[in-house]
Ligand binder design. Structure first.
Ligand code: ADP
Ligand code: ASP
Ligand code: MG
Length: 423
């Protein structure tokens, strides 16, 4: 007998027919003798709908009440799945975040999971029930409901798997694993059998939304075995314990097979259209100038990503360019506008039509030339690079948004990632 967590995302839970199919998939695991906790997302599109209601109600909505509203989608799907399981003869009980409880920080709309009380969960499993738990939600001090940030059900699933010491956390979604890039953009993308935690963390943080970044960090810290696989396969598809999807593994678990056959220098390519570029022109080229720009942004809790400072003009001033999350652009412009006197720039220019393209791979550590290949490949297609950042296992460039798909495709080919058998 194994203990497993099965997590089903929005498209897997979109409507009663899909929920019935999820119930049958859970039943297969129960019939195989496993103890199962299921974590569910709201139906696809539902959370967006609820977010929009909050915005319509007031542009200055209270985050505590936002969490009450947007957590509701998962309450519905967890009850419905428990009903669907009971209807196929599987004893099941739903457990809201506050009922277990799943304790979180007070950071409404992006709370962090603290402790999970597994008493009720373990008792339910011991009674032979499937425990159905809404993802994305928890409870903070004062018993207020919290949510974990968009895509947060992945993190709920990993946290529950860690708390109940599950043998595996299976993340069921609408693709059958992690690919070398988003398979909806590049049909020639190749499915990876194994990805390291570190690579997945980088890929998720630069835009591969197949797993929420926090869920990967948590899995790495708690050593949770995570598999990404499809809920859209036939009823007689191979069981999850044959590992048909992609396993997220430690670097030490990469076998010779991965190194010889499957793995290239680059493991994956991701894109992110949600960043905005800001340029301050004619900033005085003197000590303290850069601090005067980034300190007020940090104080406003705005994360700056890529930064370029040009060489000084003969006038003793320089242009400074950087990116911020698109959602924080308006606030960033306000903060920088207020600080104009202190910073001493001439003009504040912004551009939202940019995309960040990133190549990721642990192989980069021991090989030179990865960045050069990227720059040459984009240059050959006349795609201009506006900013660059690197880490030990990642190179990112900022380009014009219109070239996103083209850039991802040509880089995929340039790094030898194209599948031979795909269209
Ligand atoms: P869920 O609703 O199940 O949580 P998401 O929409 O959050 O699903 O994530 C799945 C999607 O992630 C896929 O449909 C795919 O388009 C996208 N995706 C982006 N990058 C990748 C990648 N490298 N491998 C697989 N899927 C990816
Ligand atoms: N329903 C939430 C969202 O759409 C959480 C999730 O699906 O992971 O962001
Ligand atoms: Mg998701």
């Amino acid at each position: 007998m194994s203990r497993i967590v099965m997590k089903f995302g929005g498209t897997s839970m979109a409507g009663i027919e899909r929920i019935r199919s999820v119930a049958l998939r859970v039943k297969r695991e129960v019939d195989a003798g496993n103890q199962v906790a299921v974590v569910v997302s709201a139906m696809a599109g539902e959370t967006d709908r609820l977010v929009n209601f909050c915005r319509e109600a007031s542009s200055l909505y209270d985050p505590k009440e936002y969490d009450v509203v947007v957590s509701a989608g998962e309450q519905i799907t967890s009850g419905l799945l428990a009903i669907a399981l009971q209807a196929v003869g599987v004893p099941a009980r739903s457990w809201m975040g506050w009922q277990l409880p799943i304790r979180t920080s007070d950071g409404h709309a992006s709370a962090r999971i603290g402790e999970i009380d597994t008493t009720a969960l373990n008792e339910s499993l011991a009674r032979g029930e499937v425990a159905v738990i809404p993802g994305f939600q928890g409870v903070a001090t004062g018993e207020r409901v919290t949510t974990l940030g968009r895509g947060g059900s992945d993190t709920s699933a990993v946290a529950i798997a860690a708390a109940m010491q599950a043998d595996r956390c299976d993340i069921y979604t609408d693709v059958d694993g992690v690919y070398t890039t988003d398979p909806r953009i590049v049909p020639r993308a190749r499915k990876l059998k194994r990805v390291t935690y570190e690579e997945m963390l980088e890929l998720a943080s630069v835009g591969a939304k197949v797993l929420q970044t926090r869920s990967v960090g948590l899995a790495m810290k708690e050593k949770v075995r995570v598999q990404v696989l499809s809920s859209f396969t036939d009823a007689d598809a191979p069981m999850a314990d044959t590992l048909p999807g992609t396993m997220i593994v430690g670097e030490d678990e990469l076998g010779q097979e991965d190194i010889d056959v499957e793995r290239q220098l680059i493991t994956g390519i991701a894109h992110d259209k949600n960043e905005a570029k800001i340029t301050l022109t004619s900033v005085p080229d003197k000590p303290g100038s850069v601090g005067a720009i980034f300190t007020p942004l940090a104080q406003a809790n705005i994360n700056v990503d890529m930064i370029v400072q040009n060489v000084a003009h003969s006038t003793g001033s320089t242009d400074v360019t950087f990116t911020v999350p698109g959602a924080d652009l308006a606030r960033s412009l306000e903060v920088l506008g207020n600080a104009q006197g202190e910073i001493g720039y001439a003009e504040l220019v912004h551009d939202t039509r940019v995309a960040k393209i990133s190549v990721v791979g642990v192989g980069m550590r021991s090989h030179a030339g990865v960045a050069a290949t990227m720059f040459e490949t984009l240059g050959a297609r006349s795609i201009n690079i506006q900013a660059i950042t690197t880490s030990e296992i990642k190179v990112s460039v900022l380009i014009e948004e219109d070239y996103t798909e083209l850039a991802v495709r040509v880089l995929h080919t340039a790094y030898g990632l194209d599948s031979e058998d795909a269209a």
